[in-house]
Design a protein around this ligand. Structure first.
Ligand code: QAP
Ligand code: CO
Length: 168
């Protein structure tokens, strides 16, 4: 197992569109393990493959209190089942240190595959519904900062660019 490097905004690789997973093999299982370890180590609740510079359609989520209920979604899609919006103060491992309120549909039906390629169907609400939409956005090259005003997004970009220039 290994901790993977997480790309940070405004890295242009975060804008790539991920390709469907077609092969369910040991290499995929290793990637899932590494992504889960990386997410847990960084104290995140969700991580998309795009964020670790792997442009395949998979993501891991763990919204449990005890951080012991990891979920893996491969080739995930969602359908809105409740158009009413819910607001969350969102953050992102690729935008460290910044949190802003984003509105998204409050209830979705997720269709995906598991690590073996078996079909998953699950209704989600609350933080899970928000998180799954946030992570699927990553697979399409989108970030939560895209929902903010241009001014806010540019301020965040400027602060992170300054941070990235600092010697380590
Ligand atoms: C997406 O985000 C999310 O800035 C997952 O310093 C977040 O795991 C969906 C994190 C909130 C719904 C609500 C962010 C950790 C983790 C940071 C994360 C940080 C350390 C973000
Ligand atoms: Co994110």
């Amino acid at each position: 197992m290994s901790i993977l490097q997480i790309l940070e905004f405004p890295d242009p690789r975060l804008r790539k569109i991920a390709k469907p997973v077609t092969v369910f093999d040991e290499e995929l299982e290793d990637l899932i393990e590494d992504m889960l370890e990386t997410m847990h180590e960084a104290e995140g609740i969700g991580l998309a493959a795009t964020q670790v510079n792997v442009h395949k359609r998979l993501l891991v989520i763990d919204v449990s209190e005890n951080r012991d209920a990891p979920q893996v979604f491969i080739n995930p899609e969602f359908e809105i089942i409740e158009h009413e919006l819910s607001e969350y103060n969102e953050g992102c491992l690729s935008v460290p240190g910044f949190y802003e309120t984003v509105s998204r549909p409050r209830m979705v039906k997720i269709t995906a595959q598991d690590a073996k390629g078996e079909k998953i169907e699950q209704a989600a609400e609350g933080i899970l519904a928000t998180c799954i939409q946030h992570e699927i956005d990553h697979l399409d090259g989108k970030l939560f900062v895209d929902y903010l005003s241009t001014l806010k997004r540019h301020r965040i970009r400027a602060k992170l660019e300054k941070e990235h220039k600092k010697p380590v």
